[in-house]
Ligand binder design. Structure first.
Ligand code: HEM
Length: 405
């Protein structure tokens, strides 16, 4: 198997286990990439001074050319090192990390209700992709009259940035980038009342020095980062419940909080299975000589199951006391949206279950082909809720230990 095929494979975990047997960092000849298979290798590479997030000679993917999607891409913290990474991160990460769990959960419910009012029903695959982006847009304070376009624009941008994108997909990505930049530039130039829950901290030295296009691109970047990964976490949670009838029963009876399940799903069946790094200068790593320009694939999903990091790593165990989860990365580029993502995923999954039109045990799925994300697509179109049900039923966040109402 090629590492890039693993996230969309029905069960890549035996293959990951066999790679771990071969070593921490192995050269995978068919893909001509180094592959970090263990917790040790992933930790070392994600924190190493010679690791770069982009190939040295390609700050942006060549197929994007010089258009708006390439410009947006080039400004993202995720795709930069040094000051161009640190400044937007310092301005945005604290606000993401401090965002109130209760508010995130409330916004998730509001988004679902708004979709119901517009469409009369909510479908499973659409809910997984649409809800997280729409919630983050609301947390960023985007007005509903603009916000309703954001999930589609984000999907178009993500599709055009993917390795396998064709000409028409890239064209749609340029149009989406243009519109997203316009929306967030407007957003940044308008005084907003009440203040958005997630906002750039311009009082910090770093924040005050960031030009508007860079900040606008990084706000759009939050939607981009939320899109597939959070859909994967919702979907993998439903798959986990579908495969474990006893656990599903305990969740339905209220004996197990869904938030606990989501925390272990994030480790056990990672929504982002791998990430990549590029070596800046020749160096010795874990007994291997890596050369400038070499590509290293870091198998986050394999590191999660490494028994050196998590005892009995191949077993799904709720309430692990010292869970080590690599799914959100580590080091300077570690995901600042982990708690936002986990709360959105928990509330969305809870909402989907609570309205009861889906029976997880009856779900059928296959995995979306993706070089890094693991996202189940459910075969049937499951019509989930009617607008009346959604308005009436209370949804309680199960992942909100951090604050009182
Ligand atoms: C289940 C959902 C999510 C997963 C599994 C996930 C995973 C990750 C991973 C693995 C990285 C690091 C990539 C690398 O170092 O190569 C990352 C970075 C990032 N994530 Fe997430 N993410 C999720 C949701 C979110 C959400 C909801 C947001 C924002 C609202 C977000 C914002 C970011 C940002 C801004 C970065 C780049 C950070 C930097 O470069 O310093 N993520 N994410």
């Amino acid at each position: 198997m090629m590492p890039m095929d693993a996230p969309g494979h029905a069960n890549p975990y035996p293959w990951y286990a066999s790679l771990r047997q071969q070593g921490d960092l192995i050269y995978h000849r068919p893909s001509r990439c180094w592959t970090g298979t263990t917790a040790h290798a992933v930790t070392m590479l994600l924190t190493h001074s010679q690791s770069r997030v982009r190939p040295l000679d390609q700050p942006t993917p060549p197929p994007l050319g010089q258009g708006p999607a390439a410009i947006l891409f080039s400004l993202l913290m995720r795709m930069n090192e040094g000051l161009d990474h640190r400044c937007p991160r310092q301005a945005l990460a604290p606000s993401l990390q401090d965002c109130s769990a209760l508010e995130i959960s409330r916004e998730t419910r509001r988004v679902c209700t708004a979709v119901l009012e517009a469409d009369g029903h909510l479908e499973l695959d659409r809910a997984m992709f649409h809800v997280p982006v729409a919630v983050v847009a609301r947390l960023l304070g985007v007005r509903p009259n603009l916000g309703h376009r954001l999930p589609t624009l984000t999907a178009d941008l993500a599709a055009g940035m993917a390795m396998e994108a064709d000409g028409p997909a890239i064209q749609r990505a340029h149009l989406a980038a243009q519109e997203l930049m316009w929306i967030f530039t407007q957003q940044l130039s308008t005084q907003q009342e009440p203040e958005p829950l997630i906002r750039p901290d311009t009082n910090r030295e770093a924040g005050s020095r960031i030009a508007t296009p860079k900040m606008a691109a990084n706000l759009a970047g939050l939607l981009l980062q939320s899109h597939e990964a959070t859909a994967g976490l919702v979907g993998n949670t439903l798959v986990t419940l579908a495969q474990r009838p006893a656990l599903l029963k305990r969740v339905r009876q209220g004996h197990v909080a869904l938030g606990e399940v989501v925390d272990e799903v994030a480790r056990f069946d990672a929504p982002i299975q791998l990430t990549r790094r590029f070596i800046a200068e020749e160096c010795e790593l874990l007994g291997n000589r890596l050369r400038s320009g070499d590509t290293v694939i870091l198998l986050l999903a394999s590191a999660n199951r490494d028994s050196e990091a998590n005892e009995d790593g191949e077993r799904f165990i709720l309430g692990r006391t010292e869970r080590r989860c690599f799914s959100f990365g580590i080091g300077p580029h570690q995901c600042p949206g982990e708690s936002v993502a986990t709360i959105i995923a928990t509330t969305t999954a809870q909402l989907l279950l609570q309205f009861g039109r889906i029976q997880p045990e009856q779900l059928q799925w296959h995995y979306q082909a993706s070089p890094n994300a693991r996202i189940p697509l459910f075969r049937q179109s499951h019509r989930l809720v009617s607008a009346r049900q959604a308005h009436q039923a209370p949804v309680t966040p199960s992942h909100t230990s951090q604050e009182a109402p």
